[in-house]
Ligand binder design. Structure first.
Ligand code: FE2
Length: 294
């Protein structure tokens, strides 16, 4: 069966059939997937039973994998998955749900805030690919917001006001908003804020989008409370149901999203039961703006 793209919503999110992620992918199919990503920003591939190695190999069709260092508080010896895989599960190395007060768990709760993956890196991520290996019995949907449509729907005055704004993003801002504020000196160094444009332009389509994320905590040149009110207003605007696709996970779904034109968040689930979702991240290739000199 040839590759086919079936829109889930008219201009945002589509399901792709006719591809076996586990095997090598023909160059024409890689190109078709990239084109569909540019258009729909979120793609769903159903019934893809894959290993970690197969997920990483498929991801590399779209660019180099991002180095996960600096993206979490998991200690080197505590990783459940091999290098190259981001563990978005609620499981420890013993494959059991983490305890309620586990620091890694509390930090990972930040994934339930609207964000764009790796917006806290100077060169933020291109795609994320999330594979459902164990689906939780209750909740755990992932919601996606179309930041192009959200930008388009702003009034002209707001577009003018925010056009040149540059934000600072850090994991300490997103986690700080949840009251997670204790970091080691090493973590503070790893989580130092980076600069990102608030309005970014997609390198292929040329479309503008709002580059929002819970990691954004300041806007250069503005007092912090004023910046945060602007960011809150924009987030509220951008996450209205008319811009959102809600993904309800089935076993072996693989969902791919373009972090350059979407935000997403996980929803709560039954944490006494496993939820094993594994992410690969395709690195971006350019910063949205130059960083401050050290
Ligand atoms: Fe994420």
């Amino acid at each position: 069966m040839p590759l086919a793209v079936h829109p889930i919503q008219p201009a945002f999110a589509a399901e792709v059939s006719g591809v076996d992620i586990a095997g090598p992918i023909a160059p024409a199919d890689v190109a078709a997937i990239e084109a569909a990503m540019d258009n729909y920003a979120v793609l769903v591939f159903r019934s893809q039973s894959i290993t970690d190695a197969q997920q990483m190999a498929f991801s590399r069709n779209f660019g180099a994998l991002e180095n996960a260092r600096g993206g979490n508080v998991t200690k080197p010896g505590d990783h459940r998955l091999p290098t190259g895989m981001n563990d978005v599960s609620n499981l420890g190395k013993d494959q059991r749900p983490l305890a309620r007060d586990n620091r890694q768990r509390l930090f990972n709760l930040g994934n339930m805030l609207w964000h764009s993956d790796s917006s806290f890196r100077a060169i933020p991520a291109k795609y994320s690919l999330l594979s459902a290996r164990i689906v939780n019995p209750t909740g755990g949907d992932t919601e996606f917001a179309d930041m192009r449509a959200a930008y388009d729907a702003l009034d002209d005055e707001t577009k003018r006001e925010i056009e040149g704004h540059v934000c600072e993003h850090s994991l300490m801002y997103s986690r700080g908003s949840l009251g997670f504020v204790d970091y080691t000196e090493e973590e503070k160094e790893l989580f130092k804020p980076v600069r990102q444009r608030l309005v970014r332009t997609h390198p292929v389509t040329g479309r503008k989008s709002l580059y929002l994320s819970s990691h954004a905590g300041t806007i250069l040149g503005l007092p912090v409370p004023e910046a945060r009110i602007i960011l809150r207003d924009l987030n509220e605007h951008a996450t209205q149901p008319r811009f959102v696709y809600v993904h309800k996970w089935k076993l072996n779904d693989l969902v791919v999203w373009d972090n350059r034109q979407t935000m997403h968040r996980g929803r709560r689930f039954d944490e006494s039961q496993p939820r094993d979702v594994r992410r690969t991240t395709v690195a971006g290739d350019t910063p949205t703006i130059a960083q401050a000199a050290e």
